[in-house]
Design a protein around this ligand. Structure first.
Ligand code: HEM
Ligand SMILES: *[C@@H]1O[C@H](CO)[C@@H](O)[C@H](O)[C@H]1NC(C)=O
Ligand SMILES: *[C@@H]1O[C@H](CO)[C@@H](O)[C@H](O)[C@H]1NC(C)=O
Ligand SMILES: *[C@@H]1O[C@H](CO)[C@@H](O)[C@H](O)[C@H]1NC(C)=O
Length: 318
């Protein structure tokens, strides 16, 4: 008994020390070393948003991808080097864009306090700013993340796929310490942005042996998607906005799920357990409830531990 306890204790301690460097995050992390960091980052995101309204969606998705692979350690920002392909060159990268926003924020922060603010923190803060600029809530972001030294295209298969069912989604989130409530709230990130046909075409053509179209999709919605995404097309950039108000943070996403008009199986699947269905219904009827849950879950997701250093250039390890 005592022995088993010791073994369990030791292996847990070992796992913690090996797998989570345990960078303690805090709200006042840069108070003395870079007091203007947040302002500088916010100004950069605001400036880039003024000329490109798709910047918030890009930054939010980038942050999500970062946190789901090796923790929030800016691994998504590293460039491929030699024959090692980085995450950003892995298969689900079709929508990753606007890396220049983080580069510009980093440059501006470095000019003020060189070598102090991690790229992972810049990305987490920029994601918060992106939500606020889109009409969503704002919140205090705990800081002190470190940047990682590894990024592998092959690891992008660890991201949840749009074809996932509710149990696969639950597993993907729980492996990262995130709950079903986090899953429903964070999926609301799909209130922003754009999706390519490749991400949902399985639902509208040849769904399975008995149904051409996924029966969990509204027929009129499927018909409109079919016209945007015909079976055969050379249009690589074809697709549609995630919701009609795709540059505004609102709760339309949840209303569409209730109407069977969400794009991905992973969105529609949120109706498949009583608990997640209740949350979808709650968020569809209250933007405030959604915003509150989203903030809570963003803080949780963006605290998944990663890296070791403060990179000088977000695209390269030191
Ligand atoms: C629950 C599992 C999730 C799956 C399966 C998923 C899947 C996808 C897919 C397939 C796309 C479209 C890619 C394309 O075709 O261009 C997309 C876009 C997007 N996702 Fe998710 N996602 C998930 C969770 C999240 C989370 C947690 C967030 C953030 C909180 C998020 C934010 C976004 C945003 C903002 C876009 C639009 C990107 C843009 O327009 O640049 N997603 N997602
Ligand atoms: C995505 O990956 C492909 C190769 O796998 C690469 O050519 C392309 O530049 C990448 N896209 C982005 C936005 O990094
Ligand atoms: C979800 O998909 C997995 C893998 O295909 C399958 O084993 C599982 O039974 C499915 N679960 C549900 C609830 O459909
Ligand atoms: C096709 O999908 C529908 C809905 O998920 C299901 O009811 C049906 O049994 C599936 N058909 C086959 C042949 O798998």
């Amino acid at each position: 008994m005592a022995f088993n306890f010791m073994v369990a204790f030791l292996s847990t301690t070992l796992m913690l020390s090996v797998f989570s460097p345990g960078n303690a995050l805090s709200l006042n992390y840069y108070e003395k070393t870079c007091p203007d960091a947040e302002l500088i980052i916010a100004n950069t995101v605001k400036k880039e948003f003024a000329s490109d309204k798709t910047v918030p969606a890009a930054i939010l998705r980038m942050h999500f991808h970062d946190c789901f692979i090796r923790g929030c350690d800016a691994s998504v920002l590293l460039n491929s080097k030699g024959n090692t392909k980085a995450e950003k060159d892995g298969p689900p990268n079709v929508s990753l864009h606007a890396f220049y926003v983080i580069d510009n924020a980093k440059k501006a922060v470095e000019a003020s306090c060189p070598g102090v603010v991690s790229c992972a923190d810049i990305l987490a803060l920029a994601a918060r700013d992106a939500i606020y600029l889109s009409g969503g809530p704002s919140w205090d972001v705990p800081k002190g993340r470190k940047d990682g030294r590894t990024s592998k295209a092959s690891e992008t298969i660890q991201l949840p796929a749009p074809t996932f069912n509710i149990s696969q989604l639950q597993q993907s989130f729980s492996q990262r310490g995130l709950s079903m409530e986090d899953l429903v709230a964070l999926s609301g990130g799909h209130t922003l942005g754009f999706s390519h046909c490749s991400s949902f075409k399985n639902r509208i053509h040849n769904f399975n042996a008995t149904h051409d179209v996924d029966p969990s999709m509204h027929p009129s919605f499927a018909a409109s998607l079919k016209s945007i995404c015909p079976v055969k097309t050379n249009a690589k950039n074809a697709g549609t906005t995630m919701d009609p108000s795709s540059t505004t943070f609102d709760n339309t996403y949840y209303k569409l799920i209730l109407k069977k008009k969400s794009l991905f199986s992973s969105d529609q699947a949120l109706l498949d357990t009583p608990k997640t269905k209740d949350l979808v219904t709650k968020f569809a009827s209250s933007k405030e409830a959604f915003s509150k849950a989203f903030v809570n879950s963003m803080i949780k997701m963006s605290s998944i531990n990663g890296g070791q250093e403060v990179r000088k250039d977000c695209r390269e390890v030191n």
